[in-house]
Design a protein around this ligand. Structure first.
Ligand SMILES: [Zn+2]
Length: 342
């Protein structure tokens, strides 16, 4: 080892974890140039975005001309609305030179880093990252899958309704962080999150409603992904039984005993319950999450929770492409002003 190199290692050793991460990201761009925003990735993105055929992002007309180049990239003009656009128009890559920062940010998300820490590593502001995070999670929510396979475990978990971060709230008294609902059991003050997961780990994890889940909500959330070949395993809550009966789907009810669910051979809901407890533990670090963002955090958690899977590298690529392709309509302001509607 040369003296210069061993000195370098000594210096790196003294850095904070955040700075080490910055060094790591810096080095990675040299070692692993394959995952950088270059012409090839843009081409791939273009193919995914226009897989149904090329159309104008402003008016969806298919009559389009090439219209010169900007910074080496093709520009187009729509014959119908006369507006010009690029392959990246309305995506995260439009009017930004931050493509590679975006990739670094996606990695920070996978590692579950806070916005503050990510901002230092990525080198952009906190506000930008707040926006990027929701953008990424919106894209993530669109990825999804077609249908469940085999046994599907379904169970709900509850979060206290929260308007954290919203100014000028008058309808409700502010509640201390992590406060307990004043009503016993499941009340209308609680946000119900429904989690359904099959044994291949295909998962739906979304906000269902306020209070106890009802049959129609179950159908709206997982109905399109269920077939008569599935076997539903749930707790004893009657909404599930009625629903399974109506759909003609085989159904096992697991009676809860002191909060612990009994295993009936293959038919249990321990995978979903395990997911619930990891979720609660993970979300605890944010010291209260505004209910309107809860769906985004659920998507984020699934991303982090699947990190140990072998398919993660493939997932990152797919997530990047989806996030590049996905058109964004929200702004920082519209995100802040949005309401939780249930
Ligand atoms: Zn047009």
């Amino acid at each position: 080892m040369s003296k210069a190199f061993s000195n370098l290692l000594k210096h790196i050793d003294k850095l904070s974890h955040t700075d080490k991460e910055r060094v790591f990201q810096w080095v990675k761009h040299y070692v692993e140039p394959s995952l950088t925003v270059d012409g090839r990735l843009i081409d791939e993105m273009r193919e995914v975005r226009y897989k149904e055929g090329f159309e104008c992002p402003h008016c969806t007309s298919e009559h389009i001309n090439r219209f010169g180049k900007v910074n080496g990239r093709q520009r187009y003009r729509c014959k119908a609305c006369r507006k010009t656009f690029m392959d990246t128009t309305n995506t995260i890559l439009y009017r930004t030179r931050k493509g590679n920062e975006w990739i670094t940010f996606v990695e920070c998300m996978f590692k579950g880093y806070s916005l503050r820490k990510s901002a230092k590593i990525v080198g952009v502001t906190w506000v930008t990252l707040f926006y990027w995070r929701h953008k990424l999670l919106s894209a993530l929510k669109q990825m999804g899958f077609e249908q469940f396979d085999g046994i599907v475990e379904v169970d709900e978990t509850y979060f206290l309704y929260s308007q954290k971060g919203q100014r000028g709230i008058s309808e409700r008294k502010p509640r201390k962080r992590g406060g307990k609902s004043t009503l016993r059991g499941v009340s209308k003050e609680q946000v119900c999150v429904l989690v359904a997961r099959d044994r291949t780990k295909a998962t739906v994890s979304k906000v269902a409603c306020m209070g106890r889940v009802v049959k129609t909500k179950v159908d709206g959330m997982i109905g399109s992904k269920l077939t008569p070949n599935n076997v539903l395993v749930t707790d004893a809550w009657r909404a599930y039984k009625t629903y399974a009966d109506e759909r003609g789907i085989e159904h096992y009810r697991i009676k809860s005993d002191d909060g612990k669910h009994v295993i009936k051979g293959l038919y249990h809901i321990q995978n979903v319950n395990g997911l619930h407890s990891r979720l609660k533990h993970w979300i605890h670090r944010f010291k209260g999450v505004a209910s309107k963002y809860l769906d985004n955090y659920l998507a984020w958690f699934l991303l982090v929770d699947s990190h140990s899977n072998e398919s993660t590298k493939h997932n990152i690529k797919e997530l990047l492409l989806t996030s590049f392709v996905f058109e964004m309509t929200e702004t920082y302001r519209s995100l802040r002003l949005s309401k939780f509607n249930m």
